[in-house]
Structure formats: C-alpha cells, structure tokens
Ligand binder design. Structure first.
Ligand SMILES: Cc1cc2nc3c(=O)[nH]c(=O)nc-3n(C[C@H](O)[C@H](O)[C@H](O)COP(=O)(O)OP(=O)(O)OC[C@H]3O[C@@H](n4cnc5c(N)ncnc54)[C@H](O)[C@@H]3O)c2cc1C
Length: 366
C-alpha cells in the first residue's frame, strides 16, 4: 500500500531516501528549515563573480563504492577533479598529505623513497614505547619536527583540545607517503559535479511524488500525521535537547572577494597555532573548467558549537558519550520514525557514506 511519508531535512540523506520511496509509489513531503535544499553540501553561484561557492565549506566527492558513483552520475555530470591540498607552516608552503616532496623540501634533502623511509624511521621518537595520546603517537611515528609543523597547531585549532588529551587511536597509520603522489584521497572515483551539489540534489528530488517545503521546520508533534517519518535533523533537537546538547564543533567562514588568483589552489591549510584560522578555501579552483576574473575566498575558523550555531562535526569523546547513548536509546523505542544522516545518527559521514547508508535504509524499509 502506498504511504504518506514525511522527511525532516532536504540534505543528501533524505533526498536519496525520498527518491527511492517516490519511485516505489509512496508520497513524500520534505520539510527543510533552511531556504535551500542540499543541506551542508549546498553550492550556489556568487552574484558578483559567478564563482560556484561551497557555502558550508569545501566538498570533494570521492568513493570506492561503484554503486554510489553510478548513483551520483545518474543525476549530474561529474568532472574529473583531484584534491591537492597545500599547507603553510613556519612561513613555508608544502604539499599534503606529507609525501616525498614534503619530506625533501622540509628537510632540504633529495632522498629516494627507501632513503626517506629510513630517514623518517630515524626521526621517530623511539623513547615513546606505548603512545597513549595523539601527540605521543605523532611524535612516535613522525618525530617531533614533522609532528609539530603539520599536526600539532592544526589539530589544536580544529578540535579546540590539546593533542595531549586526544586518543592515540586517531592517528592510526603513518600519515606519510614515500612517493610524489599528492592526491589527498586514495579512492578510485573522485570528481566534482559540473553544476554543483545543489543542482544534483534538485535532480534527485525532481519527481512528481516528492514535495519540498522550504523554510519549514519539522517537529516531533507532526509525526502522527504521517505513516512514517525519516528525520535527518539533530537527534538531540528532536527531543528539544531535554537531556542537554550533544557536543559539536562549528565553523565560521570569513568571506572575501579577490581579483585574479588569490592562492593558486583550492585549499591551503594553515598549521601554525599563531594563525587563528585553519584553512583558506578559494572556491573557483573547485571548477577548473570555468574561467573567472574574480575570486571568492573563505577563511575558516573552528570553535565549539553553542545553541543556535550550525552543528558541523560531532566530537568524539574519549571513553564514550553517555548523553548520546541516552538519546539513541530513546530513538530505538520510536515506532514510526527513522533517524538518518550525520545529525540524526551523530556520526561524521562523507557524502559517499551518506548516500550508501541512505540506500541501505531504503533497502531495509518496507
Ligand atoms: C565542513 C565540511 C566539509 C565536508 N567536506 C566533505 C567532502 O569534502 N567530501 C565529502 O564526501 N563529504 C564532506 N562533508 C560531509 C557532507 O557534508 C555530509 O556527508 C552531508 O552533508 C550529509 O548529508 P545529510 O543529509 O545527512 O545532512 P545535512 O547536509 O546536514 O542535511 C540535513 C538537513 O536537515 C535540515 N534540518 C535539520 N533539522 C531540521 C528540522 N527539524 N526540520 C527541517 N529541516 C531540518 C538542515 O537544515 C539540513 O539542510 C563535509 C562536511 C563538513 C561539515
């Protein structure tokens, strides 16, 4: 029997689920509290410069999941794009992730791959036998110089916590490549939607049985009007934060219009603790197939999320998160509502993971 379904949020999670349900004959109404679709992947052209801007921060699509890659390509033409990140530290510019070029440049050497591997092993602080913290792990794997130059200040700014207090498990493997590969991601598929993510989400939502209501907040009191609800808003928000707020980091973007080419690449990280922002994004470099005489840049600042701010990154708390467990226990007792997406499940998920889990939710739901 065809059902009357509501969704909270017009981001990728609900868009994918809505499309699947509409194709099965169900009627879907999506409530979105913002004045646009696509959630945090939202892109729009800047009015003055015509540059496609990633409004909530830089988004690069990358995946090893061929089904997800086929899915996004069904709704938008993807242009080849390789994410190559640069980093400024100590007044010099390097390539990230740390690779052979970074090592040779940083230590002013001309090492081969095997020589570099040996050299980094010598740099490692072997006096740390059983690293407990992120800082100890960084110094154990990389040595003090590389760790301090690329990880210490950046991590401190990004998470607002001294790396001494973060678990070693965050830095599992040696974050170094002993070749000149500066592709930030390892995934098989990588690209950028030619007309931005919002147009892609618009195409996903373009179905006669999907209705989108913008500027409309969904609340728990509306659930009983529908056969089922998919909720991609914050799980603590659904319960009016009655047990307290889950911890998030939020971002502030300082936007500027520049002429010509401001920094020569899309993303430049600033690793020094003395620089208050974490990175600068120059958006036109995400669309290298376009030409623009002007440019739009975002300086990105990270801080703890306060009530009213946009929640960006869930904070993983050492030793587990009791508050999250309490909220999740309540969701398991709900009958007609499924909590989805990065806010509904309180998990950081890249776009490909978001789409994969939405497709899985769809598969299981009858
Ligand atoms: C800074 C940053 C950079 C990122 N970069 C990348 C990247 O490079 N590559 C990558 O793959 N992924 C990246 N991601 C992850 C990507 O943003 C997520 O995978 C994706 O946004 C998740 O989609 P979602 O639908 O679950 O959530 P969201 O995009 O957050 O959508 C949820 C929507 O629900 C709405 N909403 C919330 N509560 C309510 C309510 N009560 N009623 C109505 N509407 C409501 C919100 O307004 C929002 O539009 C990045 C994330 C961040 C924060």
């Amino acid at each position: 029997m065809n059902k009357n379904i509501a969704m909270a949020g017009a981001g990728l999670s609900c868009a994918v689920i809505a499309r699947g349900l509409a194709e099965k004959g169900h009627k879907v109404t999506i409530y979105e509290k913002r004045d646009h679709i696509a959630g945090n992947c939202h892109t729009e052209r800047d009015k003055n410069t015509d540059v496609m801007v990633h409004v909530y921060g830089p988004h690069i699509f990358h995946t090893d999941d061929s089904e997800v890659w086929d899915y996004v390509n069904r709704f938008m033409d993807f242009k080849p794009y390789v994410n190559r990140v640069k980093a400024t530290t100590g007044g010099r510019v390097f390539s990230l992730p740390i690779n052979l070029h970074t090592i040779n440049q940083f230590f002013n050497k001309t090492l081969s791959p095997s020589e570099a591997e040996e050299f980094i092993a010598q740099q490692a602080d072997t006096s740390i036998v059983d690293p407990k913290s992120f800082e100890e792990q960084g110094m154990r794997l990389l040595g003090t110089e590389l760790y301090k130059a690329f990880f210490h200040g950046y991590t401190l700014k990004q998470w607002g916590v001294n790396p001494k207090e973060l678990p070693a498990s965050i830095l599992k493997r040696l974050p170094v490549r002993f070749n000149y590969n500066d592709n930030y991601f390892f995934h098989q598929y990588q690209g950028m939607p030619s007309e931005g993510y919002t147009e892609m989400v618009e195409n996903i939502l373009s179905h006669p049985d999907i209705q989108v209501k913008l500027n409309s907040e969904f609340s728990s009191s509306m659930v009983e009007r529908f056969d089922h609800v998919f909720y991609s808003g914050p799980v603590d928000g659904y319960y009016d934060y009655d047990l307290g707020h889950l911890p998030y980091r939020t971002l502030d973007f300082e936007k500027s219009e520049e002429s010509g080419d401001f920094q020569g690449c899309a993303v430049m990280n600033y690793c020094d603790e003395s620089v208050p922002f974490t990175r600068i994004t120059e958006h036109k470099h995400f669309s290298p197939w376009e030409t623009h005489s002007k440019s739009i840049c975002y300086k990105e600042y990270s801080r703890n999320c306060e009530p009213g701010d946009i929640p960006y990154y869930p904070i993983t708390v050492v030793g587990g998160n009791d508050l999250l467990e309490q909220y999740l226990a309540r969701t398991r007792n709900e009958k007609n509502i499924t909590f989805v997406g990065r806010l509904g499940t309180y998990k950081y998920m890249d776009m490909d993971v978001t789409i994969r889990s939405a497709l899985d939710v769809l598969e299981k739901w009858n």
